[in-house]
Design a protein around this ligand. Sequence first.
Ligand code: FUB
Length: 452
Amino acid sequence: MKILSNIFFALLLLAIACPSAFSQNPIVRDQFTADPSARVFNGKIYVFPSHDIVAPEGKGLRENWFCMEDYHVFSSENLTDWTDHGMIVSQYDVEWVDSNSYSMWAPDCVERNGKYYFYFPSNVKPDGEAGRRGGFGIGVAIADAPEGPYVPEKKPIQGINGIDPCVLIDDDGQAYIYWSMGNIYGAKLKENMLELDSETTTIAEMPRAGMKEGPWVFKRNGLYYMTLPHVENDTERLEYGISDNPLGPFEMKGVIMDESPTGCWTNHHSILEYNDQWYLFYHHNDYSPDFDKNRSIRADSLFFNSDGTIQKVIPTLRGIGLASAESQIQLDRYTDISENAAIDFINPENTFEGWKTIFKSKGDWIRFNTVDFSNKKLKNAKMRVRSESGGKVQIKFSNKDESVLAEVEIPKSDKWVLVDSKIEKYKKGTYDLKVELISGNNVEIDWVQFTK
Ligand code: FUB
């Protein structure tokens, strides 16, 4: 019976898994997401973020605060197409969680002996059922596959009062759990991954002043990296320290990412290696510029220096992964842009409709790097555009040399229209794209796509 119900659940998960995300930043484009913990399981990247929502009337811990009732998991093999596998754990299905708290904060997930252990913080029911009263606890839900179904444990981990769990399994098999609550803490986990197996260590070498949270610990070339959001100035930035011991002491080394340029007070991240490249997953508030408790996850490449220190990551819109020439390429997630061109929401009332590029006058341009033109049969360039005055754009391959791929007439229209143009000189390969306004003014572009 249990096997049948697991098969049924797995089929259900498959049925509701849907692509809702792309390679550019932010990665997830149909819901708010934050605190991304990225892991490699079975040759794919799985991202376990928190799920910010707009607070239902009268719900949530307080006004203008985080409101989070469940978790989804996303995966990708090519870093371009991300699949939402649907909801995996909800505050309503965990016995120890106070389901009026909407506090399903930053989670993590690790695999051990074929089982997936999903760690998540939330507010403990104030009735003492979980063996304690109120405050934040960290619970575990267990699954046979990264997509779930996950079965939550009945009680939170005893001995932890905190948020933002991160779990490291060392090369010798010893697991460690880290969390925050004012300070950063760490302890050994038992083989069962559900109980502490040591006294708690306060990681004392972290910056003394300023909020610290969200520890993410990983190991590289025998060194342990303790990375964390810390408020040095006004909002959080990502910093790190290095140690030769999983519980420290850590020597603080510097900043991985500066404060969010969009003013998001929190940042929360994870770092991992996938197919010989390191990545930083983090969040800003792209879809909610006026309310930074509705956040969006992003990813960018991360590089180490030869001495093991980390190069600062500058957040990009372009993000990671190759973009297929046959997909709707969102130029507004650009690599580079001319001074007078601009980006704006298509519909400020529903930011999930995305952004548009605005060319105000002749000569404005935008560049979008690493587009995959491996299909030799592409013959047309298609665009979604709007311009009351009309104009003409050139689409170019723009690597060392520039070559014109197509010229596209933009008709006069106050509505969004699709336009098509023949590709002139095509060559297979991976290219950076540049789109430039060569006549007219006030041309808006939603996306460009290449078709057979
Ligand atoms: O998402 C809620 C909280 O905000 C997280 O637990 C913190 O790390 C911060 O990102």
